[in-house]
Design a protein around this ligand. Structure first.
Ligand code: SF4
Length: 325
């Protein structure tokens, strides 16, 4: 079995506001194996993006990581100084954002920005960095790569900007690529092209991918395993086949029901009633109980733990605990 490239254990990231601590990530544990794609799925406010920003060391005040470990190839990233983290970020772990302008600097040409990454991290000479930058732009199938090289970010379409950001993210052949809603802002045909490029990267470079999304269609297309997050915690974790065939947690079952099934021509969707709880006012017991149709009196008194039901399948729900019924 492959060794974990990344092992996250008991991660806790809180935001300290005037009204109290918002526990955006509250005890998250998962591993990412070499060459695999792990999807983290959940509604907005579930803590999935804060998890990814915590891993790469981009949590800003008033946020703070207050507990846990993030081991990358055995080293705990949470113990590194910012100067050490900067050497890892963009080289060994890089990130693709939903909005490319988060990563691309609007005042520099695309080619210059990618070239700088190569020169800084790989100590390449300018001519070599230029040549590799053009190769990268071709690899992500940017149209007219020479012209894109000389363009400013705002001169490219959304899809082309996304390709440019992917080119920059893979420039140093990172071991881990974190992709946070990489296709959400794009129209459907461009989404498919971007996912295809990401698959080629996995095949050619062997990178592990942490894929953050609310879109189960993207999960089905890309992921090997999936962690479902709700209110700052993982509520179910398993391989992608099991997730779609035999989901156990009532929240996962609800998410699957609310996903459009195009081949069935369904026009109406079941959606999960209610909304994600306010982070300053988490329900006592199971955090999902106000929205759960299986909830009993025990669910608002006892907090379920994440337990392994069978090898590789973990669920946080009292339904699966002995003596619940
Ligand atoms: Fe529903 Fe209870 Fe399971 Fe929570 S613990 S998901 S409320 S059945």
């Amino acid at each position: 079995m492959n060794q974990p490239t990344l092992q996250v254990t008991g991660l806790q990231t809180h935001f300290f506001t005037g009204n109290g601590a918002v526990k955006s990530v509250d005890g998250v544990t998962f591993s990412l194996l070499e060459g695999e794609t792990l999807g983290i799925v959940g509604e907005s406010g579930s803590g999935k993006s804060v998890t990814s920003l915590s891993i790469i060391g981009l949590i800003e005040s008033p946020g703070r990581i207050v507990g846990g470990e993030v081991r990358f190839l055995g080293r705990d990233l949470l113990q590194l100084k910012e100067s050490e983290m900067r050497k890892i970020r963009g080289k060994e772990i890089s990130m693709i954002f939903q909005e490319p302008l988060t990563a691309l600097n609007p005042v520099f040409r695309i080619g210059h920005q990618i070239q700088e990454v190569l020169m800084n991290h790989n100590q390449l000479h300018k001519a070599d960095a230029e040549r590799q930058t053009l190769e990268l732009l071709k690899k992500v199938k940017i149209s007219r790569p020479e012209s894109a090289y000389d363009s400013y970010p705002h001169e490219l379409s959304g899809g082309m900007r996304q390709r440019a950001m992917i080119a920059m993210a893979i420039a140093c052949k990172p071991k881990i690529l974190i992709a946070d809603e990489p296709t959400t802002a794009l129209d459907v045909s461009i989404q498919a092209q971007i996912l295809k490029i990401m698959k080629e990267i996995i095949r050619d470079e062997g990178s592990s991918i942490l894929l953050i999304t609310h879109d189960l269609g993207v999960i089905a297309e890309m992921a090997d395993r999936v962690a479902v997050m709700y209110a700052g915690q993982i509520v179910e974790q398993c391989d992608v086949y099991t997730l779609f065939k035999a989901p156990k947690h009532p929240y996962t079952q609800g998410l699957l029901k609310s996903t459009p099934k195009l081949h069935n021509n369904e026009e109406t969707l079941d959606s999960i009633e209610g909304s994600v709880p306010h982070p300053l006012n988490m329900p006592v017991g199971c955090r999902f109980h106000p929205r759960c149709s299986y909830a009993t009196d025990k669910c608002n008194q006892n907090e379920p733990q994440l337990r392994e039901l069978e090898s590789g399948h973990q669920v946080r729900c009292l339904l699966y605990e002995n003596g619940f019924q």
